[in-house]
Design a binder for this molecule. Structure first.
Ligand SMILES: [Cu+2]
Ligand SMILES: [Zn+2]
Length: 210
């Protein structure tokens, strides 16, 4: 009996996840929820909250992952990978880089998914879908690509984990979709003030989010 119950819960969860991806399924689910609301007030409250989440994130692909291989630019030896994962909370970025000079290095998402030039300038300026000024993430105005700085030790390595709901992987909202953009690591630190890009110097690594 217990097993059957667990099985049914698992099935319900699976259906719930499917409806996150499909707008039509969400509509169907709304109908069911209205009905549930009539029959049981408490249960109705519970499902209402789920409905809200489903509606907002109807195009999010939970679990979708993009792995970006960074290429060295401007004569550097920088290498590594940056992984992006869509979760219900937003996108989590995990950067794992090596070959950097010790010190502070800016890292940003730039507007073009194009690393063809040797200086990385083919990636264009900072990704700024909401027309803000350059700045520090979470403080006043900042670009959606203004991740910040990496701290690099004597071994030339750096890791950074970063999560935000200002991004999505391949959703319908172009102010949040990071696919098709570039990611750049700079020779110097971002000062979080200078316009339009924080005076972070040469581009020492470039990757395409695709
Ligand atoms: Cu940059
Ligand atoms: Zn910026």
């Amino acid at each position: 009996m217990k097993r059957i119950t667990i099985g049914m819960i698992a099935l319900t969860l699976t259906l719930g996840v499917t409806s996150c991806k499909e707008g039509k399924e969400t509509e169907k689910m709304n109908d069911v929820m209205e009905h549930t609301d009539d029959s049981s007030h408490d249960h109705g409250k519970h499902t209402e909250r789920h409905d809200h989440t489903n509606h907002e994130d109807s195009t999010l692909m939970i679990g979708k992952e993009v792995i970006v291989t960074m290429s060295a630019k401007s004569g550097s030896d920088v290498n590594g990978v940056i992984e992006f994962m869509q979760t219900e909370e937003g996108v989590t970025m995990n950067a794992d880089l090596a070959g950097l000079t010790a010190g502070t290095h800016a890292i940003h998402i730039h507007q073009n998914g194009d690393c063809s030039s040797d200086d990385g300038k083919s990636a264009g300026g900072h990704w700024d879908p909401t027309s803000e000024d350059h700045g520090k993430w979470g403080e006043g105005m900042f670009h959606s690509g203004d991740i910040g700085n990496l701290e690099v030790g004597a071994d030339g390595k750096a890791t950074l984990e970063f999560t935000t709901d200002k991004w999505c992987i391949d959703c319908d909202d172009e102010t949040r979709n990071i696919v098709g953009k570039g990611i750049i690591v700079h020779a110097s630190a971002d000062d979080f003030k200078s316009q339009p890009s924080g005076a972070a110097g040469a581009r020492v690594a470039c990757g395409v989010i695709e």
